[in-house]
Design a protein around this ligand. Structure first.
Ligand code: PMP
Length: 290
């Protein structure tokens, strides 16, 4: 991703894509002190842009990474980066991290907090799974106890669990992994929230130790406005065989149907297809009745 044309917004100005480099002694590289956002623009406009900027600031606060920009400044910076990309449908990655400076130990309160925004084209996150239903592994690693780390922050350090789980899943021919939480309840996939359908009702895990995704909240709103009952509760993995349909939600994943989790099969049913289509219309401003 580093060797291409274009520009990246770095610490307040646009720089050539290939020059957006950081030093080896960047605190974030050694200790994981980084928070970020993943956003999508449709027809030249970032969907729920402000919510993402607010979550970035929230993540910084939670992880003790003081971001030196306001929501309005982040909004303007993302706009500038998106316009400079010349793209209308794009993925937008904003990232803030502790840079290199006076400290190279665990403590880094004197090091500058830096920010970058890169914009590129990113098609369907799960490839053709979007049509057929993704095949999902069951992860060995668990989402941690909220007493271990601020679990509602979108923080780089937390993603090691996801990367390891996703690598293990891909090695088995799966697109992703479903992670349980520290208590053994179903939590989420490595970069997306999960929903199940049973007897016309939708069930989704209570987000009490993982990201309550912006897409998740959007989809719950869409389901409710369609009159579909949504039950947020703790879900045990033993319940998986009893569900009829399943899908994942996330900014990158959008609404992706799931065909299989471990040995359990799901149909890509009418509700899954409706919600995937409605979400596509909503992000493009074409949904009239939501
Ligand atoms: N969980 C994890 C671990 C994620 O990385 C994401 C993607 N940001 C989500 C859930 C979904 O969040 P959102 O809908 O806000 O993109």
């Amino acid at each position: 991703y580093d060797d291409r044309d274009g520009t990246i917004w770095l610490d307040g100005k646009l720089v050539p894509w290939r020059d957006a480099k950081v030093h080896l002694l960047t605190h974030a590289l050694h200790y994981g002190s980084s928070v970020f956002e993943g956003e999508r623009a449709y027809n030249g406009k970032i969907f729920e842009s402000r919510k993402h900027s607010e979550r970035l600031l929230f993540s910084g606060k939670e992880m003790d990474i003081p971001i030196p920009y306001s929501v309005d400044q982040i909004e303007a910076a993302k706009d500038e980066a998106l316009k400079a990309s010349g793209l209308s449908d794009a993925y937008v990655r904003a990232v803030c991290w502790r840079g290199s400076g006076e400290d190279m130990g665990v403590a880094s309160s004197h090091n500058p907090v830096r920010m970058g925004i890169a914009v590129w084209e990113w098609g369907a996150y799960y490839g053709d799974a979007k049509m057929k239903g993704a095949k999902i592994d069951i992860a060995k690693w668990k989402r941690p106890d909220p007493a271990t780390i601020p679990c509602f922050a979108k923080a780089a350090g937390l993603y090691m669990i996801c990367t390891m789980s996703k690598h293990a899943a891909e090695a088995k021919g799966c697109s992703d992994a479903l992670m349980m939480d520290y208590r053994g309840y179903v939590a989420e996939a490595t970069g997306a929230n999960v929903f199940f359908v049973k007897d016309g009702k939708v069930h989704t895990p209570t987000p009490d130790c993982f990201l309550n995704g912006i897409t998740r909240q959007t989809v719950i709103g869409m389901l409710k406005s369609k009159g579909v009952e949504v039950v947020e509760r703790h879900i045990m993995p033993e319940e998986l065989p009893g569900f009829e349909q399943c899908w994942l939600t996330g900014t990158a994943a959008e609404v992706t149907p799931v065909g299989q989790i471990g040995p359990h099969m799901f149909e890509v049913g009418a509700l899954t297809r409706d919600i995937a289509l409605d979400y596509e219309k909503l992000v493009r401003g074409q949904l009239v009745d939501a």
